[in-house]
Design a protein around this ligand. Structure first.
Ligand code: NAP
Length: 256
């Protein structure tokens, strides 16, 4: 028996293709009965994302580059006029300029740092701000993070501090929005081969380590992340907020 999301309206940001974590979550939300608004970053991505959104019968399919304030406003105007409410939102995006991501963080450029923080981190705050008035009785905000926020993971570089800030934002938002019954949580999957992951150097070594070291000796999957996300946005997770939840076969508990 899976959690029902019948009647719930959700916004999904971060589908690039069928490997995306956001796609695994969107499928799980749809199967549980939710109506979805799905965004694509630009016209290059649209031919890949639109057919996926149509497969899930998404009533709202719109462009969103989180650096574009006009697109953000247009998206929330459309949600307001079509649904008049929003029950949950998934923020599943990250970006860092390659030259900054692949170097040492001691050498990171100011522009690269600010852009990585803006797209990967500030955007979650901005989305929370726009979603709050639409979450009238309750709501759930989800973001996606990684263990490299708390421990130094080779080649994760600049994204480590960025994810640490995102996790802190998750806790502060949860504290501020709790009285409005808006819950805020971060999904922390183990490594999954996706387009974003392909930007991390020697990513296959992270996969191998995850398989070897995790108690379950298994890799995370977008389906496993989707199942957990479906539970978190459902009414069954009513008392879960401010959490960083690992979907990593137990990797995070192991020393060394
Ligand atoms: P993905 O499929 O490449 O998804 C990342 C998405 O972010 C892409 O659709 C990308 O669009 C989009 N994006 C980048 N900049 C954006 C912007 N300015 N505005 C709107 N969208 C933007 O990779 P993923 O692995 O599923 O990543 C989703 C999230 O999970 C990220 O936060 C990532 O850090 C996190 N995560 C991933 C793993 C992993 O091992 N894969 C583990 C833990 C956490 P384009 O690709 O078209 O630029």
């Amino acid at each position: 028996m899976t959690s029902s999301l019948k009647g719930k309206k959700g916004l999904i940001i971060g589908i690039a293709n069928t490997h995306s974590i956001a796609w695994g979550c969107a499928k799980a939300f749809h199967e549980a009965g939710a109506d979805l608004a799905i965004t694509y970053i630009n016209s290059k991505a649209e031919p890949f994302v639109r057919p996926l959104a149509e497969q899930l019968k998404a009533p709202i399919i719109m462009p969103l580059d989180v650096e574009n304030e006009t697109q953000l406003i247009d998206l929330f105007d459309e949600i307001q006029s079509k649904w008049g409410k929003l029950d949950f939102l998934l923020h599943s995006i990250a970006f860092a300029p390659k030259e900054d991501l692949h170097g040492r963080i001691v050498d990171v450029s100011r522009a690269g740092f600010l852009r990585a923080m803006d797209i990967s981190c500030y955007s979650f705050l901005r989305l929370a701000h726009l979603a709050e008035p639409l979450m009238k009785e309750d709501g759930c905000l989800l973001t996606t993070t990684y263990y490299g926020s708390e421990k130094v993971v080779p080649h994760y570089g600049l994204m480590g501090p960025v994810k640490a800030a995102l996790e802190s934002i998750t806790r502060y938002l949860a504290a501020e929005l709790g009285s409005k019954n808006i819950r805020v949580n971060a999904l922390s999957p183990g490594p999954i081969p996706t387009r974003a992951a392909s930007g991390i150097e020697h990513f296959e070594e992270l996969l191998e380590l995850a398989r070897q070291k995790s108690p379950e000796h298994q890799l995370a999957s977008i389906e496993a992340v989707g199942s957990y996300a479906r539970f978190l946005v459902s009414d069954e997770a009513k008392l879960v907020t401010g959490s960083i939840v690992y979907i990593d076969a137990g990797f995070n508990i192991m020393a060394g």
